[in-house]
Design a binder for this molecule. Structure first.
Ligand SMILES: NC(=O)c1ccc[n+]([C@@H]2O[C@H](COP(=O)([O-])OP(=O)(O)OC[C@H]3O[C@@H](n4cnc5c(N)ncnc54)[C@H](O)[C@@H]3O)[C@@H](O)[C@H]2O)c1
Length: 386
């Protein structure tokens, strides 16, 4: 099957690499010729590095690169079996592009979007044959991250869903099925990793270095929340938070933070601009964490319980299966363990107590315990058999 990739930015070129590595002829198009040229150079560099590291033979690397066609028009998509769109995150632009796509592709061509936050149903609605549209959400960098979320819209046919999922499985990815709701699984369940860390910082309970230290050293997360936000970029991370907040009809659980908004407004975007929560300029001294284990444990408990509540609520609302929710967080964002498994380990009753404690302290809806946890505690159930 020939594969079309639309948009040659960080995601599009990564997806093109994955598809070409799986043996497909790939047609990569971008409406900015400079971006296409950059992608070509970048892909060549990445493949060369894989050869240097001994992960690919020189012949394989040449064959993979040879299967990627950098094309200057969408008409090159005419024989493709699937198109994966990875252009700018803007609903009107995506809708216009999907409408154009339908004019050039075959009748049986699947149209997929890699959107992180837009509704698949609204993108599909731009098409005459909405049943062929589906969300296929890769993580960054696409060639390295194992997880892919498959998001059928209410219009998507069963056949397209099955075909798309087995194709991506065959590319060596681990797919999870998610409902077409804001943030799908990962970007929804992970909100408190940033939001609760920011809240703890804003309350003056600890500084950023201490919160990062606690989450890494005690919580076992790969990166602390502030380091991660600096890495993602405050413009991007703030926008996702704001989009999710609006999409959930202003549910206080997803409320964005002024601290992060100000960083974005000031242009302190994180690593890419040399300054965010931390200073990345040459010679800057990183701040020292206050390595107090008791305080650290409190911080971890508070952020983790909010993550667990979010994961439990996603299950309660049938966003995905419990297995897929745990897989999504361990394989998509490298959490040290699945959040539902973590809840079982803490004890469901203790989870409810921790959440109720927060709720009674703040009397804010943000800390309301998911009904599923309360019911499970009452019935003495666990998420998994132990
Ligand atoms: N960056 C991430 O971490 C990440 C992760 C998962 C999903 N996504 C999603 O993937 C998509 C792309 O993100 P990205 O980070 O690769 O963006 P990017 O800015 O790196 O690349 C987007 C590319 O699309 C091109 N483009 C814009 N409008 C176009 C059009 N009308 N026709 C053809 N090409 C067009 C741009 O020239 C650019 O090269 C977005 O929907 C984003 O939400 C991003």
């Amino acid at each position: 099957m020939k594969v079309g990739v639309l948009g040659s930015g960080s995601m599009g070129s990564g997806i093109a690499q994955v598809a070409a590595t799986a043996g497909h002829e790939v047609y990569l198009y971008d409406n900015n010729p400079d971006a296409l040229q950059r992608a070509s150079k970048q892909l060549q560099k990445i493949l060369n590095r894989l050869v240097e590291k001994g992960r690919l033979t020189d012949a394989d690397s040449k064959a993979i690169f040879g299967r990627i066609y950098f094309v200057d028009s969408m008409y090159a998509y005419k024989d493709c079996g699937i198109i994966i769109e990875a252009i700018i995150e803007n609903l009107d632009i995506k809708k216009a592009v999907f409408e154009q796509l339908e004019d050039v592709v075959r009748k049986d061509c699947i149209l997929a979007t890699n959107t992180s936050s837009l509704s698949i149903a609204s993108i599909a609605a731009a098409c005459e044959h909405a049943e062929r549209v589906i969300g296929i959400h890769f993580f960054n960098p696409a060639p390295i991250m194992k997880l892919v979320e498959i998001i059928p819209a209410i219009q998507t046919s069963q056949q397209v869903k099955t075909k798309a999922q087995s194709l991506i499985d065959n590319w060596g990815k681990l797919t999870v099925l998610a409902k077409d709701t804001p943030g799908f699984i990962v970007n929804r369940v992970a909100r408190p990793f940033y939001g609760e860390a920011l809240r703890i910082y804003e309350e003056g309970i600890a500084d950023v270095a201490t919160i990062d230290w606690a989450m890494k050293e005690i919580g076992g997360f790969r990166m602390g929340p502030f380091t991660l936000m600096d890495y993602i970029g405050h413009d991007v991370n703030y926008t996702v938070t704001e989009t999710v907040f609006k999409a959930f009809y202003y549910d206080p659980r997803y409320k964005p933070s002024f601290t992060q908004k100000r960083l974005a407004e000031a242009g302190f975007l994180g690593r890419k601009s040399g300054r965010g929560f931390y200073d990345y300029q040459d010679g800057a001294e990183p701040p020292k964490a206050q390595e107090d284990r008791e305080l650290g444990q409190k911080i971890v408990n508070r952020i983790v319980i909010m993550l667990i509540n979010e994961a439990a609520d996603a299950l309660y609302l049938n966003i995905a299966s419990k297995k897929d929710i745990d897989l999504a967080m361990t394989k998509g964002v490298n959490y040290p363990k699945g959040l539902l498994q973590w809840a079982d380990e803490i004890g469901i009753n203790n989870c409810v107590k921790r959440l109720d404690n927060l709720y009674h302290t703040y009397l804010e809806d943000r800390y309301r315990c998911s009904p599923i946890l309360r019911k499970m505690a009452r019935d003495q159930h666990t998420f998994f058999k132990h």
